[in-house]
Design a protein around this ligand. Sequence first.
Ligand SMILES: [Zn+2]
Ligand SMILES: [Zn+2]
Length: 143
Amino acid sequence: MSKAELLCRDRGLRLTALRRRVLELVWASHKPIGAYDILGRLGGNARTAAPPTVYRALEFLIEAGLVHRLDSLNAFVGCPDPGRMHTGQFLICRECRTVIELGDGDIEELVAAKAMALGFTAVRQILEIEGLCDSCGIAAASA
Ligand SMILES: [Zn+2]
Ligand SMILES: [Zn+2]
């Protein structure tokens, strides 16, 4: 968590108690977590954990680069490399929902260059690649 705090301080962003709590929940989860799971785990305090508040906290964390949104799963994952501004490529296991972030700058540049050649300016690139992770792939092969 101290990494996130430093990052926010460097960028002049304010990590409020709720934003911090939401970030902890996303990072504590080893799988992508949905907004309603986050709400459920925030529990008790209905005022601070109202859905719009949690969505705003998630928006903040996404903007800060600490969390990524995966549209295909409608869920959120913590970024393993938040210090570097990037978009990302995500390998998503269709069996166990494990997500591996590639964060490959070469892929990003290639997509941007190909888009540029068509006169298209790429602003946000999130590639979600569905498949089987190592352990699920082995399980499927031996079944
Ligand atoms: Zn990332
Ligand atoms: Zn898997």
